[in-house]
Write a protein that binds this ligand. Structure first.
Ligand code: NAD
Length: 317
């Protein structure tokens, strides 16, 4: 399994499994089967509402001797309504308890958006809106949140900490005060959103990048978003299907290989056993330089997952 060395020396698998939209009924089996197929990294989040079930899949695999805890790289995220400094450690501890583990390999600030605290006893996961349906912001700054994230490393609750959905200027700001630098940046990244300058900035600052929604509109078609329906499907794009034919791979594998050859980690999600397996096999062949460029040339600067886009504030992400 290819790995990426993080700026703190830890190794992160380059290909993992994303847990967003994996249903509660199937999540434990999906995680268990993914471990059986060879996945070692799981990308979870409070917001995905399936951390208990993901943990059950992990526990079964460990109990049956398929893996040890130390073979796995378990990732979770701090949700927006827990950004106030004193809220960070208690919620991380609750999430660890849900998973049934005592440390995360990586714990990420999900969005640079601070929402008002919602008591987990009232609503969990809280989502974008307060229990009364309104969107209520908190005054927590990213500096306050990041300083609390650093205490998770000090306490041994997270081996690495990272950020997600941050753009360049906010990263530069965070680096002014970070005592522990973010190990990773997780971003939407696909051929319609190529972001070369953000990738260059992350590389120059020693921050590894993980791509999410690697298949572009595909993930958002599931949510029935008009913007996704209006966008040509990448799996059917001539550039992608042409390379799939040439290399005897699926279009999904071509898209994931393009990202991994750009040095990124990927975390595709699938509930289908065959796809689960093919998505893991995306580092064993090489596209040529001109072919990588032909995929990058599909860039439309098209972002689907945008938290300030009001139409999606009531959706999970
Ligand atoms: P994805 O790009 O993994 O796409 C998922 C869609 O592609 C699903 O419809 C799935 O059925 C389909 N698919 C998967 N493999 C396929 C294959 N081989 N052939 C054909 N279709 C295939 O999108 P995603 O779920 O948005 O992103 C992956 C992961 O990234 C998530 O599960 C989550 O862990 C993470 N994520 C993080 C954020 C964030 O804000 N940090 C946001 C979105 C997703």
């Amino acid at each position: 399994m290819a790995t990426i060395k993080l700026n703190n020396g830890h190794q992160m698998p380059q290909v993992g499994f994303g847990l967003w939209k994996v249903g509660n009924e199937t999540c434990a089996d999906t995680v268990y089967n993914a471990i059986k197929v060879g996945y070692r990294l799981f990308d979870g989040a409070c917001d995905y509402g399936n951390e208990k079930e993901a943990g059950q899949g992990v526990a079964r695999a460990i109990k049956e001797g398929l893996v040890k805890r130390s073979d796995l790289f378990l990732v979770s995220k701090l949700w927006n309504s827990f950004h106030d400094g004193p809220r960070v450690m208690p919620i991380a501890k609750k999430q660890l308890e849900d998973w049934g583990i005592d440390y995360f390999d990586l714990y990420i600030v999900h969005f640079p958006v601070s929402l008002k605290y919602v008591d987990p006893a009232v609503a969990y996961p809280p989502g974008w809106t307060a229990p009364d349906g309104s969107v209520q912001l908190s005054n927590a700054t990213i500096q306050e949140t990041w300083t609390a994230m650093e205490t998770l490393v000090d306490a041994g609750l997270a081996r690495s900490i990272g950020i997600s959905n941050f753009q360049g200027s906010l990263i530069l700001d965070l680096l002014r005060y970070a005592r522990i630098r973010p190990a990773t940046l997780q971003i939407e990244h696909h051929p319609y959103l190529v972001q070369p300058t953000l990738l260059q900035l992350a590389a120059s600052e020693g921050i590894a990048v993980t791509a999410y929604s690697s298949f572009g509109p595909q993930s958002f078609i599931e949510l029935d978003w008009q913007k996704a329906h209006d966008t040509p499907v990448l799996f059917e794009h001539g550039v992608v299907t042409g390379l799939a034919g040439k290399y005897g791979k699926t279009p999904a594998q071509i898209l994931l290989r393009w990202a991994t050859q750009r040095g990124l980690a990927v975390i595709p999600k699938s509930n289908n056993a065959d796809r689960l397996k093919q998505n893991l096999e995306v580092t064993g062949f090489d596209l040529e330089k001109g072919e990588l460029e032909s995929i990058s040339a599909l860039d439309r600067h098209l972002r689907f997952n945008n938290p300030t886009d009001n139409q999606r504030l009531d959706k999970r992400c």
